[in-house]
Design a protein around this ligand. Sequence first.
Ligand code: SAH
Ligand code: ZN
Ligand code: ZN
Ligand code: ZN
Ligand code: ZN
Length: 504
Amino acid sequence: MAAPGDAPCSGEAEPSAGGRGSSGVEVVLLSDPAVPAPLCPHGPTLLFVKVSQGKEEARRFYACSACRDRKDCNFFQWEDEKPSGARLTARESRNQRGRPPLSRMQCVERYLRFIQLPLTQRKFCQSCQRLLLPDDWGEHREHQLVGDVSVSQLRRPSQLLYPLENKKTNAQYLFADRTCQFLVGLVSTLGFRRVLCVGTPRLHELIGLTASGDKKSTLKSLLLDIDFRYSQFYMEDSFCHYNMFNHHFFDGKPALEVCRAFLQEDKGEGVIMVTDPPFGGLVEPLAVTFKKLIDDSHQEMPIFWIFPYFFEARICQFFPSFCMLDYQVDYDNHALYKHGKTGRKQSPVRIFTNIPPNKIPLPTEEGYRFCPLCQRYVSLENQHCEHCNSCTSKDGRKWKHCFLCKKCVKPSWIHCSFCNRCAVAHHSCDGPKDGCFICGERDHKRSSCPNISTLRKASKAVRKQKQRKSNKMKMETTEGQSMNHPSVTGRRKRRERAHQYLCS
Ligand code: SAH
Ligand code: ZN
Ligand code: ZN
Ligand code: ZN
Ligand code: ZN
C-alpha cells in the first residue's frame, strides 16, 4: 500500500489511520539489526507497532524517536514499504533543512568572538534566542534584544533562554535551585569528579558555576541535549547536540568521541550520569540508550534517572538493580511539581539509581530521616510499617496498612469488599476483581502497570482523532487568515519564531 507521502515534494504525510503518537503504539525493541532504520531530521527512526485492545497489529511502522507530536516531525513509513526514489530525495532534502542553521564549529567560533566583545556590544536576541555578533544586528533590529550580556549571564544560559514549552515533544522543566544545589552537593559528597548531564542543562550550568574554585576538587560536566540553543554557550567538549531516544549525536562521530572520552577518562572511574528525560517519553528506548552509555563507560556507571514515581515498575523492569529514592525533585516552571511545604502539591518526581540508597543522605532540614530498618533516607511522613517491614509510601504521604490486601495503600483508599481490594472511595466496582485494573495482574495496581502508557495513549488517541477532525475542519475554513491573526500575542509569536528556528 502506498502512503500519501509517496507524492514527491509532499512531506512525510502519514496514512489517515493515524500513526505515531496518536494511538496506542509501542516501540519494537528487537527490530532486526541488519535492517537500518530510515532517518528523519532527528536521526534514526524507531520501529513501532500499533496496539489496540491489547492486540498488536501486524503492520509495523517507522516514526520519529524524539517527537511525540506529528506537528514537530511527521516522518512515517511502513516497515514493509519501499519508498520511491522521489520520496527518498524529498526526505533527504528535508533532513538537510532540519539541521541547525550553524554547525557546531561555527557556534564555537561565534562564542569565542562574542566573549571578546566589549560589554556594550554583547547582545542577545530574545526573539531568535541567539547571541548576536555586530554583523547580525541589522537583521534583528526589530526584535526584542537583551543588551550588555555579562559573563555571569553567559554562564547561566538556562536563565537567558526561555524554557521550551512544547508540551509533547520538548517541554523543559528546569530544576528549582533547591534541587539543583542538592544534586551538585550529592555528586560531590559521593566523590564523583565527572557528571554526564543528559537533558539536564541547568545542572550542567550549576556545575560550571561551582567549578571555578580550586582545580583539584572541581567537578567536570558534559551536557547532552536536543536543544541546540545551548550550543551557543559551550565549547565542543562540554555540549553535544544529542537525541537520547536513539543515542544519536547530531554532529556525528567527533561528538560521539567527545562523549566516549569523557566517560572513559580515569579508566571510567568517578563518572556519574544524571538524566531528566521528558516524562512523555517512552521508557524502553531510554533504557536502551542508557545501557549504551553505560557500555561506553566500561564500568557499571552510576546513574540518577529522574522520573515520576509511578514509573517505578517500568524502570525496574529494565534496571532491576535500581531503586527509587524518596527525594522529591522540584522544578521552577512547573506549577504542579513544586515543593509541598507551602501547601502546594507535592512533586511526584523522584530519583532512580543503582547507587545503594544507604549511601545517599537526603536533607534532614527538609524533613527527610534515616530509617535504620530500611537502611535508607525516607520522607518525613513515610512511616515504617511493621507488617510490610518497609517504609511503604511512594508519594510522600503517610500510607496505611490494609490487612485484607496485606500491604500498605494510599491514605485515601478504602477496602472495597466487592472488588476485594483497596481503591479510591468512589470507584466503580466493575474493574477486574483482583489486581490491576488495566491488565488484571495481581502483583501491581493500575498506577504501576507496565501497560499504562500504552493505554493512556490509546484513550488519548480516540480523543485526539476526534479533535484532529474538528481542527481540520477549522483549518479548512480559516486557513490564511489564521496565520496573521492579531490576537496572537507577541510572546507567543516570538516563541513560534524561535520554535521555527529550532525545528527548521
Ligand atoms: N530539569 C532539567 C531539565 C529537564 S527538561 C534541568 O533543569 O536541567 C528535559 C530536558 O531534556 C530538556 O533540556 C530538553 O531539551 C531535553 N530533551 C528533550 N527531548 C530530548 C531528546 N530527545 N534528546 C535529548 N534531550 C532531550
Ligand atoms: Zn524526527
Ligand atoms: Zn523503614
Ligand atoms: Zn504495610
Ligand atoms: Zn485493602
